[in-house]
Design a protein around this ligand. Structure first.
Ligand code: ZN
Length: 556
């Protein structure tokens, strides 16, 4: 379609355009005027829109996609992580300890040593010990959440400061890892980490602002033009708002306000007020994050049937429903009635069921509102619940990178689920076949935010980059290959699917005349017949509303 009113500001031509728009799925060129796409078509159709001041980029056969939108990500946390002691590049226990040693030496005056990003697979039984930290830093508390944020490694100084010893009971929402005599080992699961965390110095607003700045630049370099921040506290909201007002928030951001599970109904009015007054420019505040359980690796994911023990027999453990499942339906109904979107975290099949039940209650009380509830992570879904996503119109928010054989899956998950429930994991194929809507996100800093790596796993069900130190893949065979989805379905989920979750599908998520020009340019056409794996491609240009936010020199 052509809109012949004056020349375009930008023309991308001579390549492949995968629009995610059913009206015109493939094209060769895109023309942009101001912040919007004015034409999508053949090179000849678009050529007439180039004037003397138009920037024309020769795509040279490369691929244009709608900008990716990450439907579940933690950019401020992740950016701050990068500015603290970041363990993500450490290989093995020794490599991790070497990073700590260098950081401690370089920060002699910090009152606390704070970092994050160790991997359970690097330590025996997934639980590192305080003595390893004590040997490097004994005079100050040290605090290190792991990569998924569900377990925390601390030194003896931190345990003593928090008064945690063999007589300290486990908190209701967590567990203190102990030696047989009850002595804490130095790993604290879930809410047990808060016993130390509450004593830590506050992360300053300046550090959070710097974190958001480097996170945004990094996400743009991966073709990401918008996201949903999955934990937004009032202090995070203030950082985004200030960035939007100052004009440097270039991404389109939806905020999921954190539901404080120590409180109840009394917080709803505050959330409504934050939503009513919080939005500014590209920043919107319309979602509420309800974290319903933990993770399987620490037995805090909420399961219908018990986990298996080390002997293969059912244990006592069924995980933890963080929010009272009796009260969740009423609270979700109230949020939904107020126009706020429920954004759930659910890993275990019981948590998934509790979230679906809550939406069912809201639907029957409020009718079919447009709040677009979504459930992130969806690791184990009971087969009876798969069709309920489509029936209740709940979006499946997939972190596809995790759906592969790697140590966390093979050593720390499959033995404790057993053979039947192992096959219920990450059933993206079944969800699509049942008519469910699919969105995608990364959960960065838990995992890489690179959409092409996640899409690779969604399509192949194998780890994207076996040589990446953060991915350990002893097996190359696909994980439940019948749950693989097509490349076009995966791209659609990471663009239009996430745009739907963010209530931006009317304006973004596909490339069509009249929509905002949010675009990602890849260095190759990954959709060409016989193309190499999508994980080998990389983004060389990113535009938001027609403005360049990332360019590799090779873009030209
Ligand atoms: Zn998350």
């Amino acid at each position: 379609m052509l809109q012949p009113e004056g020349p375009a500001d930008l023309v991308l031509t001579g390549g492949h355009v995968h629009t995610v728009d059913s009206g015109r799925p493939r094209a060769e060129a895109v023309a942009i005027r101001g912040e919007r796409v004015v034409a999508v078509g053949s090179a000849a159709e678009v050529a007439g829109l180039a004037g003397p001041r138009t920037r024309v980029i020769d795509l040279a056969g490369r691929l244009v996609l709608p900008g990716f939108q990450d439907a579940h990500v933690h950019p401020i946390f992740a950016g701050v992580d990068r500015l603290q002691c970041d363990l993500r590049d450490g290989r093995g226990r020794t490599g991790v300890l070497e990073i700590v040693r260098r950081f401690v030496a370089a920060h002699p005056n910090d009152r606390w040593i704070i970092g994050s990003g160790w991997s359970m697979a690097d330590f025996p039984n997934g639980t590192p010990r305080r003595e390893d930290l004590d040997a490097i830093v004994a005079d100050r508390p040290a605090f290190f959440p792991n990569r998924d944020g569900h377990s925390t490694w601390v030194n003896t100084n931190a345990l003593e400061l928090a008064g945690i010893d063999r007589d300290t009971p486990d908190p209701a929402d967590g567990r203190i890892e102990r030696d047989p005599d009850g002595t804490p080992t130095g790993t604290l699961h879930e809410g047990a980490g808060h016993l130390v965390e509450r004593l830590m110095p506050e992360v300053t607003a300046d550090l959070m602002t710097d974190g958001l700045r480097i996170a945004q630049a990094y996400l743009h370099s991966l073709g990401i033009t918008g996201w949903q921040d999955a934990i937004v506290r009032p202090e995070d909201q203030a950082i985004y708002r200030a960035a939007a007002e100052a004009g440097w928030l270039t991404a389109r951001v939806e905020a999921a306000m954190w539901w404080d599970r120590e409180r109840g109904d009394d917080q709803v009015d505050e959330l409504i007020e934050r939503s009513r007054t919080g939005s500014y420019g590209p920043f919107r505040v319309n979602s509420v994050k309800l974290m319903q359980d933990g993770v399987l690796e620490t037995y805090t994911g909420a399961m219908i049937e018990p986990y298996l023990g080390a002997d293969g027999a059912p244990s006592e453990k069924r995980g933890i429903s963080f929010i009272d499942p009796e009260r969740l339906p009423g609270w979700v109904t109230r949020l939904d009635a107020a126009g706020l979107q429920p954004h759930f975290h659910a890993i275990g099949d019981r948590a998934v069921r509790e979230c679906l039940d809550a939406v069912a209650a809201a639907r029957s009380a409020n009718g079919h509102t447009d709040t677009r509830p979504h459930i992130a992570h969806i690791q184990v879904i009971h087969p009876d619940d798969v069709p309920r996503f489509a029936a209740l119109d709940v979006v499946a928010n997939a972190q596809a990178l995790w759906a592969a054989h790697e140590d966390q899956m093979d050593v720390l998950t499959i033995p404790f689920l057993g053979p039947e429930r192992t096959t219920w994991q990450y059933p993206f194929g079944s969800l699509l076949r049942s008519g469910a809507r699919l969105a995608m996100g990364s959960d960065w800093s838990v995992s890489t935010p690179d959409p092409l790596q996640a899409i690779h796993v969604a399509v192949t069900r194998t780890a994207a980059t076996p040589d990446d130190p953060t991915v350990r893949a002893p097996r190359k065979d696909p994980f439940l290959p019948e749950q693989a989805i097509s490349l076009t379905d995966a791209i659609r989920a990471y663009t239009l699917g996430s745009a739907f979750v963010n209530h931006r599908d009317d304006d973004t998520g596909s490339i069509a005349a009249g929509k905002l020009a949010d675009l990602a340019i890849l260095d190759r056409d990954v959709l060409a017949p016989g193309a190499e794996p999508v994980s080998l491609a990389r983004v060389i240009g990113t535009f938001v509303g027609g403005a360049s936010v990332f360019e590799d020199p090779s873009l030209g």
